[in-house]
Design a protein around this ligand. Structure first.
Ligand SMILES: Nc1ncnc2c1ncn2[C@@H]1O[C@H](COP(=O)(O)OP(=O)(O)OP(=O)(O)O)[C@@H](O)[C@H]1O
Ligand SMILES: [Mg+2]
Length: 300
């Protein structure tokens, strides 16, 4: 591979630029308030996200999960409260030294939000162009291609337009774009919504694997109980305009809040408890496939 060395060099540069956060909580939210007109969505919302965890964020539709995410990444200016990212207050300046802190996270928006007039590779190149304009076209293409493959899409997908992709492929393309800058934080808003159960389980497995290999901290909004059981280290529950509880699912089950009980102990919640088995089956199948690929590659 001719470009391998250069790609590694640039990847190293991206990593250096990111200066990985060493503290315990890359995201801290205190007293967050968001008001639209006379409708308060959040009031006195607190949340700490631990480094290296996959935090599931749940709550009924309209409870403000997406607004919370947009507040944390600076797209929604809160009415009150403090947000700290990587130990720095998220104020007007999103700059830490000479680093634009927006380059330290990646986002997969609810619905994907790919640029429809750009190919998959061009979509992935958008943040690279914005934050690293000095990178040559050739390297940028190569980094984009690498991120597409990392997201589990075939190489042919790089030149496809979003309209030519299935729902699951669109999510993976969005994920590739979210990973473009080697982020420390990954924000996912309903990543498995609209996928069939097998596609959703495969996507969950991919997130789980990427979290581990890339040491990501993941803020994952979901309605998908299977996802919560399978890959989330902790779950934050939004109700009554705040985070009413954060913990492992057994910890949440010990609380007697009606929404939590209905959600996790209702019929769908109980069914999801069994889904760990399905997840493990997907993992085993992938490991077997990897072994086959490796031995095929070794013989070539
Ligand atoms: N820009 C905006 N202007 C006015 N109201 C808004 C705006 N953005 C969100 N809202 C309102 O804030 C509330 C929370 O919206 P949000 O999209 O965060 O909900 P959600 O928890 O993500 O729901 P879902 O599970 O359906 O995605 C809703 O009542 C919504 O109508
Ligand atoms: Mg939402």
């Amino acid at each position: 591979m001719s470009g391998g060395h250069d790609l590694g060099h640039v990847a190293g540069e991206l990593h250096d630029a990111a200066k990985r956060y060493a503290g315990e909580y890359p995201i801290r939210v205190r007293g967050l308030k968001n008001v639209f007109g006379d409708h308060a969505v959040h009031e006195g919302l607190d949340l700490d996200v631990r480094r290296g965890e996959i935090l599931g964020v749940v709550g009924g539709s309209g409870t403000g999960k997406s607004v919370l995410m947009r507040s944390i990444i600076g797209l929604q200016r809160p009415s009150a409260g403090e947000i700290e990212l990587f130990g720095h207050p998220l104020g007007d300046a999103l700059v830490d030294g000479d680093i634009d802190i927006r380059s330290r996270w990646g986002v997969l928006f609810q619905g994907g939000a790919l640029f429809s007039t750009l190919t998959v590779a061009e979509n992935v190149e958008v943040p690279l162009k914005e934050f690293y304009p000095e990178i040559s076209d050739e390297l940028r293409h190569e980094i984009a291609r690498y991120k597409v493959l990392l997201s589990g899409l075939p190489a042919e997908a790089t030149s496809k337009y979003p309209s030519e992709l299935s729902g699951g492929m669109k999510k993976r393309a969005g994920l590739a774009r979210a990973l473009a800058l080697d982020p420390e934080l990954l924000f996912l808003d309903e990543p498995t919504a609209g996928l069939d159960p097998i596609g959703a389980a495969a996507f969950d497995a991919l997130i789980d694997e990427l979290q581990e290999t890339l040491s990501l901290t993941v803020f994952l909004i979901t309605h998908d109980l299977d996802t919560l059981y399978e890959i989330c280290d902790r779950v934050a529950v939004i109700a009554d305009k705040k985070v009413i509880a954060v913990g492992t699912i057994p910890e949440l089950l010990a609380l007697d809040h009606p929404w939590i009980q209905e959600y996790f102990n209702g019929p769908r919640g109980r069914a999801a408890k069994d889904s760990r088995k399905r997840f493990d089956a997907v993992r085993a199948a992938r490991a077997a496939q990897d072994a086959v690929d490796k031995s095929a590659g070794g013989g070539a």
